[in-house]
Design a protein around this ligand. Structure first.
Ligand code: 8DG
Length: 152
């Protein structure tokens, strides 16, 4: 995707819009939240696992790759959760998709400080990255209608 803006000379300037994808991995009525380790200004804040889509890569493939790299899990990617969220003064966009774990894989915090499974009622118990706020709002009704949480 590309955006167009006007340069100082008045000529239209085309720049790549970076796409960041996140996976809202849902299991038993809970979503997986992950605490970032870096950079320092966002370390300890929570996000959906994911990252930048590489050139030529589909959003689905990027999510599958990022979930394997960050959590050592295989996922099936489902529907979008919420809309596009513009970040970095419009230079990038966050897109979150629902996902489910395959083959009983257990997420491991290979790149995060901590992992937490949150019910709808627990979504506000962590500090999400600011861009995630509208996604968390969109997620709440999805979790409420998802399978009842298991007691463990
Ligand atoms: N993965 C992820 N990134 C998010 C979320 N919300 C949010 O603002 N971001 C921002 C944080 C970062 O600035 C950017 C994602 O960058 P990243 O560092 O995770 O991407 P990456 O895994 O491809 O990392 P790298 O190769 O650039 O090191 O998007 C979210 O829920 N998940």
């Amino acid at each position: 995707m590309r955006t167009e803006r006007t340069s100082a000379s008045g000529q239209p300037e085309r720049r790549a819009l970076k796409v960041v994808v996140g996976a809202a991995i849902i299991s038993g009525g809970r979503v997986l939240a992950c605490a970032r380790t870096a950079p320092p200004e966002v370390a300890g804040m929570w996000e959906f696992p994911g990252g930048k889509v590489e050139p030529g890569e589909s959003e689905t493939a990027a999510l599958v790759r990022e979930c394997a790299e960050e959590l050592a899990v295989r996922v099936e990617v489902g529907a979008r959760v919420g809309g596009d969220v513009r970040m970095a003064h419009g230079r990038s966009v966050l897109k979150v998709y629902a996902a489910r774990l395959l083959h009983d894989d257990e997420p491991k915090p290979l790149e995060h400080a901590a992992l937490r499974w949150l019910t709808a009622a627990e979504l506000d118990t962590v500090t999400w990255l600011p861009a995630d706020a509208p996604i968390v709002d969109a997620l709440r009704p999805i979790l409420l209608t998802a399978e009842r949480p298991t007691t463990d």
